[in-house]
Design a protein around this ligand. Sequence first.
Ligand code: C2E
Ligand code: CA
Ligand code: CA
Ligand code: CA
Length: 278
Amino acid sequence: RATRGGEEVRGYVPSMGQIFMRRFQMVTQFRQSLEDGQVSVHYQPKVSLPNRHVQGVEALVRWQHPEFGKLDPDEFVPAVEAAGLIGVLTSFVLEQALRRVRKWLDEGLRISAAVNLSVRNLADAEFPAKVSAALGRFDVPPELLTFELTESGVMSDPQRALPILRELHALGIVLAVDDFGTGYSSLAYLRQLPVDQVKIDKSFVLGMGTDLGDLAVVRSIVELGHSLGLTVVAEGVEEDIARDQLEAMGCDVAQGYLISRPLSEERLEAWLQARTAR
Ligand code: C2E
Ligand code: CA
Ligand code: CA
Ligand code: CA
């Protein structure tokens, strides 16, 4: 961590006060940084197995901070959440993603976009109406939008989250459980959630080549997911062998550095062109 962010020097460990100040700055500057164009959305392609068609992209937020350098979402999303600004962040990412999908539709391409939600988005009773309005504004069919939620997120306040999830699902939006396998009550509650997809956590996918335990977890999530009628997505696919194993197990979709790293808009367009030209 100490080497991240342009200003910091290797081996330099910030004090608690400095960490606090940095978080405070991030939070107070966040809205302005959106307007200033410091925050952008990168996209990581996902391909269907076994045909390897580009099925969708996951939108991943980035912040090029003038003082702290390039910030990863793990460094600022929690601070933005805690400050009550997640609605602002999610709307920004959603708009960017829907604009992309619209552009592709205009070019005759059907590629879906997945947006990560925070549990706090599900505490906003107006959220489904806002999403519905955004879909209408860009004239994007709801099935080309996926929301990814972590199981811990949903289960921290199911009473509140469930009605919102049901509304989103009723709109026709695809719902995915992210980081699947890392929580506690995975199997029992999955049936009760209005979800269409499970994303196997990358820790298992990264480990499956060397760890039989991880391989067994991946295999059982694929089986469980399919027996519940869900689409199964594997993230963290870095090696050919992992993709081949996933394909053999019948996993539906693969995402990871093997296929592509998350890319800026421009680089994604070039990547898509190179791919469809083949
Ligand atoms: P996530 O949703 O689990 O996203 C997947 C993360 O794994 C991304 O990190 C991605 O760059 C990384 N990744 C993709 N393929 C591979 C691979 O093959 N190997 C390895 N080792 N890693 C891979 P990133 O972009 O740093 O995002 C981290 C987390 O930040 C995300 O985890 C998500 O929870 C959160 N996040 C990102 N964008 C947003 C956003 O717009 N809103 C919210 N609420 N959270 C976001
Ligand atoms: Ca995700
Ligand atoms: Ca994940
Ligand atoms: Ca994660």
